[in-house]
Design a protein around this ligand. Structure first.
Ligand code: HXC
Length: 262
């Protein structure tokens, strides 16, 4: 399938590949419009359905992961049109249906909808030039793709309020300190770092990887008690897989495991 606003490729060994999606509207600093979000959704679902792919990376350019939703797109909308047509709801959250891990590799600006998209990924690896922010307040709107919900869960209420109410940007170091990103690396190392993490994930048993993602997401989104119960059920369930026996036997016998995803 060919795309206009994203570039798609795969890397890594057969059966344990990494799907790479690069946002590509350079003149607009990767501002997110409906076409891009439709194409991103289609590419994500295609990788999710591809048995040869074990992990996905979403990235942008050195200058911008994404400088937000495309403000040109929003301009004509009034309430009736936005609500009636399901603006954002219709096609921006396809990424949440993806069961395989999705890593955001962020360099440059990740603002507004760009920051929200990064937060919808499972973890964020940032280059040292990354800048995160929710500047919607400057446009007279609020974050509309989870920014007011996911940001406080990630960084706490005080920092989330500070960012969303002032619209200021925070740099990669601050983002790492407050837990928004998992790692910060020099810009020229970003792609290698993200690919290394993705290849590592892609080599593990698929069932364990899917279960971890599902369970961590529940910790993030639901009450602790439900999350712990769910985790324990999945933990017990994985004891009936061949991969669990293989993984443990391989460790105890000091050999490399050969996972079969069953
Ligand atoms: C449309 C955008 C854009 C955006 C940048 N551009 N961001 N176009 N929507 N979000 C365009 C500029 O208009 C300009 O086009 C070109 O990209 C380069 O941008 P410059 O401003 O010239 O670059 P620079 O001076 O380096 O400043 C970079 C920047 C600034 C700080 C990122 O562009 C900026 O503040 N952008 C807007 C950020 C923002 O408000 N994001 C939130 C959007 S609302 P021309 O044609 O002049 O070259 C949002 C809501 C989400 O995301 C809610 C639900 C999803």
């Amino acid at each position: 399938m060919s795309y206009d606003t994203i570039e798609v490729s795969t890397q890594g060994p057969e059966g344990q590949q990494v799907g790479l999606i690069r946002l590509n509207r350079p003149k607009q600093l990767n501002a997110l419009n409906d076409q891009l979000m439709d194409e991103l959704g289609a590419a994500l679902l295609a990788f999710d359905a591809d048995d040869g792919v074990g992990c996905i990376i979403v990235t942008g350019s050195d200058k911008a992961f994404a400088a937000g939703a495309d403000i040109n797109m929003f301009l004509p909308f009034d309430f009736a049109q936005a609500f009636g047509q399901g603006l954002i709801s219709r096609n921006w959250e396809t990424i949440l249906k993806v069961r395989k891990p999705v890593i955001a590799a962020v360099s440059g600006f990740a603002l507004g909808g760009g920051c929200e998209l990064a937060m919808m990924c499972d973890f964020i690896i940032a280059a040292d030039n990354a800048k995160f922010g929710q500047p919607e307040v400057k446009l007279g709107i609020i974050p509309g793709a989870g920014g007011t919900q996911r940001l406080p869960r990630s960084v706490g209420k005080s920092k989330a309020m500070d960012l969303a109410l002032t619209g200021r940007m925070m740099d990669a170091q601050e983002a790492e300190r407050c837990g928004l990103v998992s790692r910060v690396v020099p810009l020229d190392k970003l792609q290698d770092e993200a690919l290394g993490a993705a290849l590592q994930i892609a080599q593990y048993g698929r069932l364990a990887v899917l279960a971890i993602k599902e369970s961590v997401n529940l910790a993030f989104e639901g009450p602790l008690r439900d999350g712990l119960q769910y985790e324990r059920r999945l933990f017990h369930a994985l004891f009936s897989t061949e991969d669990k026996t293989e993984g443990m036997d391989a460790f105890l016998n000091k050999r490399a495991p050969a996972f079969k995803n069953r």
